[in-house]
Design a protein around this ligand. Structure first.
Ligand SMILES: [Zn+2]
Length: 153
């Protein structure tokens, strides 16, 4: 499996996930999201960039899963000569062995059921502000057969 400074890709509850190999303090840059930038591209892993292009991330952050109560966020860093650099930053302390998660914040049109099991789970992988746009109410118990995110492959 691919090694990284603070993290390792390992099997998660569903598919693969990114796990801390050491304690990560809050507000720490865990790593740069490396990948390939496309003008027009869609995949289960891609991340939208501000200029309308999309980034197809490489491992390890390719495998970071969604949670409605995430411990990481994506920060955009526009360096001269390197626009649109994305990095993963811890939003709270992360213990060794804990899975790193992001809030994908998908638009309602692309929302799928969420099975993250966090106390504040919205029931859907969707941007908080677009939750009200979903037609049907969120199920109380997410279907365990529904993949929770990017790591299904
Ligand atoms: Zn959830």
């Amino acid at each position: 499996m691919m090694e990284h400074d603070y993290v390792r890709v390992m099997p998660a509850r569903i598919g693969l996930g990114v796990f801390a190999t050491e304690t990560i303090p809050a507000d720490k840059c865990v790593g740069i999201v490396c990948g390939e930038v496309f003008e027009d591209h869609e995949s289960d892993y891609c991340m939208d960039l501000d200029d309308g292009t999309v980034l197809e991330p490489f491992a390890p952050f390719r495998y970071i899963n969604h949670s409605c109560n995430p411990n990481c966020e994506i920060v955009v860093w526009d360096r001269p000569g390197h626009p649109n650099t994305l990095w993963i930053e811890s939003s709270r302390m992360i213990e060794v062995g804990e899975e790193l998660t992001l809030d994908y914040g998908w638009p309602a049109a692309g929302a799928i059921r969420c099975g993250c099991l966090s106390d504040n789970c919205r029931g859907w992988i969707v941007d908080e502000t677009e939750l009200g746009l979903l037609q049907s109410p969120a199920p109380h118990e997410p279907d365990p057969d529904t993949p929770i995110g990017f790591s299904a492959g």
